[in-house]
Structures are given as structure tokens and as C-alpha cells.
Design a protein around this ligand. Structure first.
Ligand code: NAP
Length: 242
């Protein structure tokens, strides 16, 4: 039995990529895992069938929907704020301001809402873990495409520290995990082999992380009771670059 056996874990955006790997990690440890998704039910159902998790469709940018989700799930012990809007899927015709609002609505407001409702439900139990998935983009100067994405991830760091302060008297921790390149199916399909090699060459360890490696770091954060208000950078040594 693992130390989180029987705990309820909500993974936003648990239907693919890193979220799916996190679902697998916690399900293997005997947790009840809720696989949140917004659009692709088939993907969420596949992960549920393979892990024994439960699916829950909810647009995390919709406050009423998030409240309903928490009411229906009941207790949540671990929240992994992982969902994001895909920065490569900006709809044609959106103005820069409209795109900014969409990115902030999901990446930041969604994380805030889920964190807020989770915190309230964790307080009576005097135990809880809030884990927010950020990105190397929170630090590095953004490209035009990634500007709002980077700003949303940076803001997540402030959000997590606030939750850490609010949760500490109740034994609830809040931390950020900021990965560099993750070799999700999407990343390996989207980037050409040449682009992947270029990315890898910029990383001192010479490669991106596997989703399972990043999920293991999420697990380590969840099982480290004395860690709170921190940002864990998992980027293959990128910060050692001159
Ligand atoms: N991939 C990388 O290289 C990389 C690097 C650093 C950090 N990260 C971070 O790691 C996390 C996961 O990245 P990923 O590449 O695995 O993401 P992804 O493949 O784009 O998956 C995003 C997930 O979020 C869900 N989602 C999107 N909009 C939602 C909404 N409004 N409400 C609820 N769920 C929603 C999606 O579900 P639907 O398909 O149903 O919409 C999907 O499950 C993100 O926070 C990302 O910023 C990724």
C-alpha cells in the first residue's frame, strides 16, 4: 500500500499528455483518480478504462461548472492543476486581446478556481496537496505566440504561493512544478525530428523529459509533507546554460 492509498486525486486535463501520465501514476498507487477534461470524451474514457479512474467533463474556466464538479466529486485530497489551452490552437480570427483572455481564463482562472474550491474542501480534513503545472516559459523571454502563455504560467507561481500561505495552518501544501520540454505524443508529432534534436541540444542532459518522469515528480511533491510555497524546476539542467 502506498502512503496516498485511498486518497482522491483530481487531475485537470487528465485525458492526455502529462495529465494522463499523472493519472496513471496516482492510480497505480491506489488513489481514486478523477480525470477532468473539456472536449475530448473519447480520450478521457480511454484513460479511465486503462486506469480505473473516473471521468469528469468540466470547463475549468467556468466558475459554476467548477463548483458543480467539486460538489459532485466530494472530497479532494490532491489537486493537480495541469489543464492548459494549447498555445498552438489559437482559432483564426481571434484578436490578440481575445486570445489573451482565453489563455488566462483556462491556464490561470481555471487553476485559481480549482485551487480555491479544493482548498475549502481540504481544510476540514487538515490535509491536502495543491500542485500546479507551470513551464520553463514562466522564466524565458517569450516568443510572440507564447507571450500570454508565459505570463499565465508566471502568474501561477504567485497563485501557488498565496495558496501555500492560506493552506499552511491547515496542513495543506501548495507547490509549482515547472517542466521544460516534455516528450508527450503531441510534442513528438508537432515537432519535426530536426526541431526535437534542436530542442534537445539546448538541454544539458540532451533530451526532453518523458511524461512518466514528470508524473513521478508530481508524486514526489505530493508525498513530501514539509515542502510548500516552492517551485520545482524539472528541465534537464537548462538553468546551468551560460
Ligand atoms: N508538453 C510540454 O512540453 C510541456 C512543457 C512544460 C510544461 N507543460 C505543461 O504541462 C501541462 C500539460 O501539458 P500537455 O502538453 O500534456 O497538454 P495538452 O496535451 O495540451 O493537454 C491539455 C489537457 O487540458 C485539457 N483542457 C483544455 N482546456 C480545458 C478546459 N477549459 N477545462 C478543462 N480541461 C481542459 C485537455 O482536455 P480536452 O482535450 O478535452 O480539451 C487536455 O486534457 C500544461 O500545464 C503545460 O503547460 C507542458
Amino acid at each position: 500500500m502506498s502512503e496516498l492509498d485511498g486518497k482522491t486525486v483530481l487531475v485537470t486535463g487528465g485525458s492526455r499528455g502529462l495529465g494522463e501520465a499523472v493519472v496513471r501514476r496516482f492510480a497505480t498507487a491506489g488513489c481514486r483518480v478523477i480525470i477532468n477534461y473539456a472536449h475530448d470524451r473519447a480520450a478521457a474514457e480511454r484513460v479511465a478504462a486503462e486506469t480505473g479512474g473516473e471521468i469528469f467533463r468540466c470547463d475549468i474556466g467556468d466558475e459554476d461548472a467548477v463548483e458543480r464538479m467539486f460538489d459532485q466529486i466530494g472530497d479532494v485530497d490532491v489537486l493537480v492543476n495541469n489543464a492548459r489551452i494549447d498555445p498552438y490552437r489559437r482559432a483564426a480570427g481571434l484578436s490578440d486581446g481575445e486570445w489573451w483572455d482565453q489563455v488566462m481564463r483556462i491556464n490561470l482562472k481555471g487553476a485559481y478556481l480549482c485551487g480555491k474550491f479544493a482548498l475549502e474542501r481540504m481544510k476540514p480534513k487538515r490535509w491536502g496537496r495543491l500542485i500546479h503545472i507551470s513551464s520553463l516559459w514562466a522564466y524565458q523571454p517569450a516568443t510572440a505566440r507564447m507571450l500570454s502563455y508565459a505570463a499565465s504560467k508566471s502568474a501561477l507561481h504567485a497563485l501557488s504561493r498565496g495558496f501555500a500561505a492560506l493552506g499552511a495552518p491547515f496542513g495543506i501544501t501548495s507547490n509549482v512544478l515547472a517542466p521544460g520540454l516534455i516528450l508527450t505524443d503531441l510534442a513528438t508529432v508537432r515537432l519535426t525530428p530536426e526541431q526535437l534534436a534542436e530542442e534537445a541540444a539546448r538541454i544539458p542532459l540532451g533530451r526532453g523529459a518523458t511524461p512518466a518522469e514528470v508524473a513521478e515528480a508530481v508524486w514526489n511533491i505530493a508525498t513530501t509533507a514539509f515542502l510548500t510555497g516552492e517551485i520545482i524546476n524539472l528541465n534537464g539542467g537548462t538553468f546551468m546554460r551560460p
